[in-house]
Design a protein around this ligand. Sequence first.
Ligand SMILES: *[C@@H]1O[C@H](CO)[C@@H](O)[C@H](O)[C@H]1NC(C)=O
Ligand SMILES: *[C@@H]1O[C@H](CO)[C@@H](O)[C@H](O)[C@H]1NC(C)=O
Ligand SMILES: *[C@@H]1O[C@H](CO)[C@@H](O)[C@H](O)[C@H]1NC(C)=O
Ligand SMILES: *[C@@H]1O[C@H](CO)[C@@H](O)[C@H](O)[C@H]1NC(C)=O
Length: 229
Amino acid sequence: MIVMMMKKKLCCCIWFILSNLLPVFVVSAMNHGNPANELVNIINENRTAQKLPILKDNPGLGCMALQYAEECKANCTSNNTLSCQPADDDFTEIFAPNCGVELPTFDIISGRIVGCQFKHIEPSQAFSDILVRDKKSLSLLISKGHTEVGVGFIGNNHGPFFWCILFSSGQTNSTFVLEDGGRGIKQKRGCFSGTNIQCSGVDEIDLFLNTLSVILIIFICYISGTMMP
Ligand SMILES: *[C@@H]1O[C@H](CO)[C@@H](O)[C@H](O)[C@H]1NC(C)=O
Ligand SMILES: *[C@@H]1O[C@H](CO)[C@@H](O)[C@H](O)[C@H]1NC(C)=O
Ligand SMILES: *[C@@H]1O[C@H](CO)[C@@H](O)[C@H](O)[C@H]1NC(C)=O
Ligand SMILES: *[C@@H]1O[C@H](CO)[C@@H](O)[C@H](O)[C@H]1NC(C)=O
């Protein structure tokens, strides 16, 4: 009888744990995609459709794009416009060092497209609605001068969501090289392209609270289990 009751309680506990953990797994699986990589794919699909060569996804460039986004995200206004002009020196004096880009491999930045807004949208929608919505950005997108691209993306529930695309006309494979394979990157939030590193700082709090509640439930199960006669 007691054994049966314990089994029932255990079942109940397991059900509780599963129902709490499952959403966590689903959410983290959804976050595993890297929106910055998705945007690079969209850019390259658009270019190949117009018979233009694809751009090499350069993680050093991507990391600097994320640095740019970090510096500019506070300047996103409520009407989704943006007034942010980082000094040119910031690239070599702040962004590159923060990413661990080897300075001798720094090359020409041949274009940049930035955009921001306060609600979350998919990369494809960001591409057409925010980033490439006028002649100027379209001509940058399809310029024959570029050889490489890097995308940075930063955002969370409280907005703004900020995108930065950097193009380079440098020699592929030898530019914006990351020291130590990119292990020294001083960027704790957001995503950048050209890497398998999953995005960080996105919905961290939700994940934390959920994990906390699961631990609490396990604890309560354990206590009530040991207190059974
Ligand atoms: C957007 O907001 C900025 C600053 O708040 C303002 O200068 C600009 O004119 C606005 N743009 C539009 C299109 O409303
Ligand atoms: C952001 O906006 C402020 C206020 O308009 C301005 O002083 C600052 O230079 C801007 N930041 C950048 C990086 O352009
Ligand atoms: C490329 O993107 C632009 C801007 O969103 C769009 O107008 C155009 O139709 C796209 N081209 C292709 C072939 O998808
Ligand atoms: C760059 O590296 C990739 C893989 O390492 C290689 O396939 C490609 O041919 C290289 N491109 C150039 C321009 O050297």
